[in-house]
Ligand binder design. Structure first.
Ligand SMILES: [Zn+2]
Ligand SMILES: [Zn+2]
Length: 93
């Protein structure tokens, strides 16, 4: 099962809540966190076995995939540090 993640940047108040990460019932595809420098957003996207991932917002295919347990990343909007809050108790499948 995967879990839920919130992203919040205190500097510019950009936030993305209720992002999913991890595996569901099937081994593939998996939900991965990403940062897209094309549309300047953070989100979660389905990644298939072949590793091709697209931004779920602008469909750009050159996104930076982030580790499933990442705790902070450079905010795509303002370049300050944004924080991920993981909710291991909030699962999806
Ligand atoms: Zn994008
Ligand atoms: Zn920011």
């Amino acid at each position: 099962m995967g879990h839920k993640v919130d992203f919040v940047c205190r500097a510019c108040r950009y936030e993305e809540r209720d992002l999913g990460v991890g595996r569901g019932r099937r081994p593939w595809p998996v939900l991965r966190l990403f940062r897209c420098d094309n549309c300047h957003s953070v989100g979660s996207a389905w990644v298939d076995e072949d590793g091709v991932a697209r931004c779920s917002l602008c469909y750009h295919d050159d996104i930076a995939l982030l580790a499933d347990d990442i705790t902070s990343v450079t905010c795509p909007k303002c370049t300050e540090r944004g924080v991920f809050t993981h909710h291991p108790g909030e699962t999806w499948e």
